[in-house]
Design a protein around this ligand. Structure first.
Ligand SMILES: Nc1nc2c(ncn2[C@@H]2O[C@H](COP(=O)(O)OP(=O)(O)O)[C@@H](O)[C@H]2O)c(=O)[nH]1
Ligand SMILES: [Mg+2]
Length: 193
């Protein structure tokens, strides 16, 4: 069996790095020199996608896509979402307003997956920049601002995209959710997590 999942999130949050960290094969990347507003953030940016592969046992594998961060490439999100069973949303904890970024990407994602069960895992990167500020603001976003019941809040993990065990842990959580959705397709509370 082969499942595809994708990393989504703002420029510089760690999508390309996460795919490279975890992939068994050399990652096919389409990073280009940044030419516009992104240039102030970093010199290279993903314009189409990154593709990695993680073997799960002998026959099964996970295909992992990294999407471009900028909204003007959001047609790629649509294409990759059609292929993907689950989405890992990476949010850069060191951004000036990471909860606003979570809101932007989560709302965008919800609009696109309205009628599908697409498990989501929220991965918070760059925690090392502000370790004291924990994960509570992200939990509060789902609980207080969106009013989600506890069982509908997606898993929220700290994940340094450079750290293999941490990226692997996020993917293990994702594969567990994919299994649950497949096994209990009618469970309402799984439809959005
Ligand atoms: N300090 C720190 N750097 C990170 C972390 N995660 C990713 N990075 C770095 O952030 C930079 C941008 O990552 P990249 O994968 O290109 O971001 P993308 O735009 O989402 O594809 C790279 O230099 C990564 O090594 C983290 O948790 N902490
Ligand atoms: Mg990238």
């Amino acid at each position: 069996m082969e499942w595809s999942v994708m990393f989504m999130g703002p420029v510089g949050s760690g999508k390309t790095t996460a795919v490279k960290t975890i992939s068994d094969i050399d990652v096919v990347s389409t990073d280009e020199r940044a030419t516009d507003d992104v240039q102030s953030l970093k010199s290279h940016t993903t314009v189409a996608m990154d593709v990695g592969v993680l073997a799960l046992g002998e026959k099964d594998k996970l295909r992992i896509y990294g999407t471009p961060g900028q909204d003007r490439f959001d047609f790629m999100w649509e294409i990759l979402l059609e292929q993907s069973k689950g989405v890992l949303l990476i949010i850069d904890h060191s951004a000036s307003d990471p909860v606003a970024e979570l809101d932007h990407y989560y709302q965008n994602l919800m609009q696109r997956v309205q009628h599908r069960s697409v498990p989501i895992v929220v991965c918070i990167s760059h925690m090392d920049a502000h370790p004291a500020k924990g994960l509570e603001p992200y939990h509060a976003y789902f609980r207080d601002r969106l009013g989600l019941a506890a069982e509908s809040v997606p898993p929220i993990l700290s994940m340094d995209a450079r750290n293999k065990p941490q990226v692997r842990a996020a993917l293990v959580v994702m594969t567990a959710l994919l299994e649950m959705v497949e096994r209990f397709p009618k469970a309402q509370h799984l439809r959005r997590v």
